[in-house]
Design a protein around this ligand. Structure first.
Ligand SMILES: CC(C)(COP(=O)(O)OP(=O)(O)OC[C@H]1O[C@@H](n2cnc3c(N)ncnc32)[C@H](O)[C@@H]1OP(=O)(O)O)[C@@H](O)C(=O)NCCC(=O)NCCS
Length: 205
């Protein structure tokens, strides 16, 4: 079972204004704004731009030998996920989808920007703020699965303090590196103490 942060509040809906206050909505550098959004906006963004954003992967034959329908995905997203859009004077230039896996673990599920808006620091800026929001809501850790080929995403996550915590091979997505950002000192120390030998730069920040 997974939940959006909204669901985990007592009586929430996605349209609750203030679910993410005081962190979102917010203005990022370059005049881009990040705000919670609807499933319709996310659907429209994917329908219009998926091919453009993932052209290289599509040319290689797509992501998965087991294609999954948008209808199933949409049902999950609308019931369980937190949905954000990035807009440039009203035009959606990127979307972000995440969900809680349990009461203390949050999952970065998807993020994509239009090619014209990639590489300008927007995701780093947004996600640093999003992690602060998760910590403020008592989340203990944030997790992500990233293709070993996606150097940009791995770079961003390690820069934001994520630690490699595993590796996964699945029939859906192939190989993925699992990365975790520990949002509390106690969970960070527990992981490093139990599983890691050697230098621990994470403890120096
Ligand atoms: C991955 C993605 C979400 C990152 O968002 P973004 O706003 O472009 O990222 P930022 O501009 O904040 O940061 C990019 C960083 O990656 C680095 N980078 C870019 N290409 C890189 C590469 N090939 N190897 C290593 N690092 C790379 C940049 O130098 C920058 O780091 P720096 O600030 O330390 O110099 C965006 O590029 C995107 O939408 N990509 C296509 C969809 C995708 O891959 N989504 C993730 C899988 S769900």
């Amino acid at each position: 079972m997974t939940h959006s942060i909204s669901e985990m509040r007592e009586n929430p809906t996605h349209s609750d204004p203030g679910t993410w206050a005081p962190f979102f909505p917010c203005r990022l550098s370059g005049g881009i704004q990040a705000e919670e959004t609807s499933i319709a906006t996310v659907r429209e963004f994917f329908q219009r731009h998926f091919k453009e954003i993932y052209a290289a992967s599509i040319a290689e034959g797509g992501f998965s030998p087991l294609p999954e329908s948008w209808a199933e995905k949409e049902g999950f997203y609308s019931r369980h996920a937190d949905l954000f859009r990035f807009h440039d004077e009203g035009r959606t230039v990127g979307v972000y989808v995440g969900n809680a896996l349990d009461w203390s673990t949050y999952y970065l599920r998807h993020v994509s920007f239009l090619p014209s808006h990639q590489g300008q620091g927007h995701f780093q800026e947004f996600f640093a703020r999003f992690l602060e929001a998760l910590a403020a809501r008592g989340m203990e850790r944030a997790q992500a699965h990233v293709s070993p080929a996606n150097l940009a995403n791995i770079h961003i996550l390690t820069k934001l303090g994520f630690t490699v915590t595993g590796y996964e091979l699945s029939e859906r997505w192939g190989a993925n590196v699992c990365l975790t950002k520990f949002l509390t000192q106690r969970s960070l120390e527990a992981f490093l103490k139990q599983f890691c030998w050697g230098t621990k730069p994470q403890l120096q920040h």
